[in-house]
Design a protein around this ligand. Structure first.
Ligand code: SF4
Ligand code: SF4
Length: 203
């Protein structure tokens, strides 16, 4: 677990460095602009840049291929409880609808008995999650309904920050995009801050 703590400490340190550098660059740009130009910069140029980086993140995922370990089908995680997912689905949330029609809830003890290391890593990270599994995965780790699998399975993993199973082939993807993801996060937070300043007439 010490390794995980070290990983998070380094991540926080790296994020601080990126944040300071992005803040300095954006402040520099803003200093050169008039009040109206700042709005255009924040709403167009910065948003386009963030979108470009998001596309890059997804593009880089194509360099990796699932090695069919079956772990993500045997144990999926969600920040939402079964009740919360049902409620979201009843309001038309497509992701929630697909998720509850694919996965069934499992207890943390059951999850731990099969994927102890993964559950320990999640607990250690402080993330609060609920555990689920899919009954359609076969003994040889394949999908028994492959042609009809929902888009949440087709697109998995599309979240660049969700904790992946230690056996997942996309861990390399997460590692390769770390700097880009932290830059996107910093730009988004700083953009939001400057938008508030702009609306308050401070810049
Ligand atoms: S539907 Fe298929 S691909 Fe999706 S979680 Fe179940 S077994 Fe895996
Ligand atoms: S955990 Fe990763 S490598 Fe394993 S089946 Fe899922 S996507 Fe593929």
């Amino acid at each position: 677990m010490d390794k995980l703590k070290e990983h998070y400490t380094n991540l926080v340190k790296k994020y601080r460095e990126i944040f300071v550098s992005v803040l300095s660059a954006m402040q520099g740009e803003i200093n050169k602009l008039s009040h109206d130009e700042i709005k255009n910069y924040l709403e167009n140029e910065v948003v386009k840049h963030i979108q470009f980086q998001r596309n890059l993140v997804l593009e880089k995922r194509k360099q990796f291929n699932c090695k069919k370990c079956g772990a993500c089908c045997r144990l999926a995680i969600s920040e939402f409880s079964p009740a919360a997912l049902l409620e979201k689905a009843s309001k038309g949330d497509k992701f929630a609808k697909e998720f509850i029609s694919t996965f069934s809830p499992v207890s943390e003890d059951d999850a731990k008995s099969q994927f102890g290391l993964y559950v320990d890593l999640i607990n250690e990270s402080g993330e609060k999650v609920f555990y689920y599994n899919c009954k359609k995965v076969t003994e040889d780790n394949l999908c028994s309904d492959y042609e009809n699998r929902p888009s949440i399975c087709r697109d998995y993993p599309d979240n660049p920050v969700q904790m992946l199973h230690p056996t997942c082939a996309y861990i390399g993807w997460h590692e390769s995009i770390q700097t880009i993801v932290l830059t996107i996060k910093a730009m988004s937070e700083i953009r939001e801050h400057f938008m508030k300043e702009w609306k308050a007439g401070k810049i």
